[in-house]
Design a protein around this ligand. Structure first.
Ligand code: GFB
Length: 324
């Protein structure tokens, strides 16, 4: 039995910050089946890095609740190459939105972090209590520090001002609307693109970064959105909550799975000159599971869905714009 609903969404005005991103757009799709009003603000309309603009928008829009899915995100190389962007932009976005939500008397706010907040050598599966118990993975410590600050901000407003601000820590996500740029993307969309382009070109191999030995836990964005809406309705406490699938896979096995989905039969080569990052970050999903939430989309089905999205993206007529 799922935990009881303590924050019903019926009739609520909910601002999804970051609605054009992969997670934000999945949350908007998920909220369409709830009897609530979804508020969005386009990038041309509101720069989330500007405090005055965020406060003005919040004062005018007056949401009842906020899902803070806006963030500067990227894969291992992007994180490692642009540390200032990842730290600065994420700090500004979350500080502006969380403080403005407090000023505007927002009743409920859900902040999204990431599994990279945990120490590099955390015991697996990683419990929520592992936060701040050891050094971070260096390739993404800038992003991780920003996300840890976001968790702490939500906790601080809860403690000092009694705000019902909560945090969710999703694992590595993938799905429709993902970034397929090979320099800045995460691994799953990168592998889809590499396998697809190799198949079309009749190439005999693809090359994956690192050794292929690291393990990652993947969750489809629609499952993540479902978990976030579940938490918004049913969770109210100080500690952040992990959101994952409960299973991990080596990058080499992931590459094999993606090649099967795409129908590429060539070899998979590794490039150890590229970073592996952390060797494993499987989170414990026990807490959310105990509240009654379980994921529904398998990695195989989800990868097929992500491959469809890449083909749609690729077949978009010239001149049309697609926001990633
Ligand atoms: O998805 P990814 O970039 O992010 O990489 P992280 C996961 C693993 O896949 C790493 C390997 O071991 C990569 O070396 N990999 C293999 C590849 N081939 C590729 C490829 O073509 N592209 C990419 N991108 N990876 C990110 C963090 O870490 O995870 C963020 O940097 C965030 O801060 C996010 O937390 C969820 O899992 O290593």
């Amino acid at each position: 039995m799922p935990s009881e609903v303590i924050y019903p969404l019926k009739g609520k005005r909910i601002w999804v910050a970051g609605h054009r991103g992969m997670v934000g757009s999945a949350v908007v799709r998920r909220l369409a089946s709830e009897d609530c009003e979804v508020l969005i603000a386009g990038r041309d309309q509101l720069d989330l890095r500007r405090q005055a603009a965020v406060e003005a928008w919040m004062d005018q829009a007056r949401p009842d609740a906020v899902i803070l899915a806006a963030a500067k995100v990227g894969g291992i190389l992007a994180n490692d190459t642009y540390p200032a962007d990842f730290l600065y932009e994420n700090l500004m976005i979350e500080a502006n939105i969380i403080h403005a939500a407090h000023r505007a008397d927002v009743a409920k706010l859900l902040f999204l972090g990431s599994s990279c907040i945990y120490p590099k050598e955390a015991a697996q599966p990683i419990l929520e209590s592992a936060l701040l118990t050891g050094p971070l993975e260096p390739t993404n410590e800038w992003y991780a520090i920003a996300k840890i600050a976001g968790i702490k901000l939500a906790q601080a407003y809860r403690r000092q001002h009694g705000r019902d601000f909560i945090s969710a820590m999703p694992t590595n996500l993938y799905g429709p609307g993902d970034n397929f740029d090979l320099n800045t993307s995460h691994v799953l969309p990168a592998l889809i693109r590499k396998a697809h382009e190799a198949k079309i070109a009749g190439a005999n191999h693809i090359t994956i970064w690192g050794t292929g030995a690291p393990r990652r836990e993947f969750l489809h964005a629609d499952d993540c959105a479902d978990a976030l809406v579940f938490m918004l309705q049913r969770y109210s406490d100080h500690e952040h909550v992990n959101v994952g699938s409960g299973e991990d896979i080596t990058i080499l096995d992931l590459a094999r799975l993606v090649c099967d989905v795409v129908g590429f039969e060539g070899d998979i080569r590794t490039d150890p000159s590229k970073p592996d990052g952390t060797m494993r970050k499987l989170m414990s999903g026990e807490r959310l599971r105990a509240m009654g939430w379980v994921p529904k989309i398998s990695l195989l089905d989800g990868s097929k869905d992500a491959y469809r999205d890449w083909r749609d993206f690729n077949s978009t007529p010239r001149g049309a714009t697609v926001d990633r």
